[in-house]
Design a protein around this ligand. Structure first.
Ligand SMILES: [Zn+2]
Length: 339
């Protein structure tokens, strides 16, 4: 089976845009979400220093965290933003690129007006074209998530054909319209070779490696906070996937929230912070993510099918060979067994 599939756009449910809260809306929710990201398959965030070997990103400097592996805040933000864009739905960030432009339905094209933003742009920021007035920083900031517990994994090798060089146009744009958002299936076992000299040497961290994350939110509406909480915690049978080597099975992770600290609204007379954890947090999360778990539209159904955990036993995920693409230039993605 092909290692990825598309979550389709639901044309009957376009992004709902409105003005984001700002410093004048003193009632917006503020606080910090803290928790852990745990590797369910080996994980590798490239440090960008060398193409071969590929090593895990590590903190520099002299502090107590120096040398520790971490997930950059920007990677976490990108991961969670992609879930929000898919689920909410949000706008299609890449619609400005020429090859996407005509293939994306009007309602789903990137936001252009700072006073009318989709949920993803309200939460994570917006970069319009032109003047400075068309920039919004977004309401959520992720810190770098530092490893608390690094599990070793033997150095391995990834073959050169296991990177997605080839984008098969019929799959991305069936009938001229975009197929949807691309997500990779989880799979176990992963396909890392142990044969030195074949492809690139990679140095992932092992299953069970845990990173501690925190995300600050400022001036967020309850509906948008609910969406963020769903995008973080998903559902018991779903996992996120991030990192290098998704097609070969790296980067399946479980995100768990430990506590949420609510800071008083700017207008509140009572300055005490409220901390939710344990049973109380569980109840809050259930209540506030219920409406997403109850959805059974085409978007959520496909999303659940692709990011399902644990993965289906006995399925092998590989890109079809170049020969296959040559022999089947117009075959839909379903013909590789993905649907
Ligand atoms: Zn948007």
């Amino acid at each position: 089976m092909n290692p990825y599939d598309f979550v389709p756009l639901d044309l009957s449910n376009p992004p709902r845009r409105h003005r984001p809260l700002d410093w004048r809306n003193v009632s917006g929710l503020r606080g910090v979400i803290s928790g852990t990201v745990t590797a369910e398959t080996p994980i590798l965030i490239c440090d960008g220093r060398s193409e071969n070997p590929i090593r895990f990103m590590r903190l520099s400097g002299l502090g107590t965290t120096s040398g520790k592996a971490f997930l950059p805040g920007s990677s976490l933000k990108g991961l969670i933003r992609s879930v929000v864009e898919t689920v909410a739905p949000g706008c299609w960030w890449r619609s400005g690129e020429s090859r996407w432009k005509d293939a994306i339905p009007n309602d789903f094209r990137a936001c252009t007006d700072r006073t009318r933003l989709c949920p993803a742009c309200r939460l994570f920021g917006f970069l319009g074209e032109g003047s400075r007035s068309s920039v919004s920083l977004g309401a959520v900031r992720f810190q770098d998530a530092v490893a608390e517990d690094e599990k070793p994994h033997p150095a391995s090798w990834v073959g050169p054909l296991e990177s997605p060089k080839h984008q098969h146009r019929v799959w991305y744009f069936p009938n001229g319209s975009v197929a949807g958002r691309k997500f990779y299936f989880h799979h176990v076992p992963i396909f890392l070779g142990s044969d030195p000299g074949r492809g690139k040497r990679v140095e992932p961290l092992g299953v069970g490696t845990t990173f501690r994350f925190s995300a600050r939110f400022d001036n967020v509406e309850q509906d948008d906070l609910d969406l963020l909480l769903y995008a973080l915690t998903l559902e018991p049978n779903l996992r996120h996937k991030m990192s290098y080597g998704k097609p070969v099975g790296l980067g399946s992770v479980r995100v768990a929230i430990d506590h949420i600290e609510f800071h008083p609204a700017l207008a509140a007379a009572d300055r005490t912070r409220q901390r939710l954890e344990g049973v109380e947090l569980g109840r809050y999360l259930d209540q506030h993510t219920e409406r997403f778990r109850a959805r059974n539209d085409p978007t959520l159904s496909a999303f659940r099918r692709i990011w399902h955990w644990p993965p289906a036993p006995g399925v092998t995920y590989r890109y079809p060979s170049r020969e296959w693409f040559r022999a089947h230039p117009t075959a839909p993605l379903a013909e590789t067994g993905a649907a």
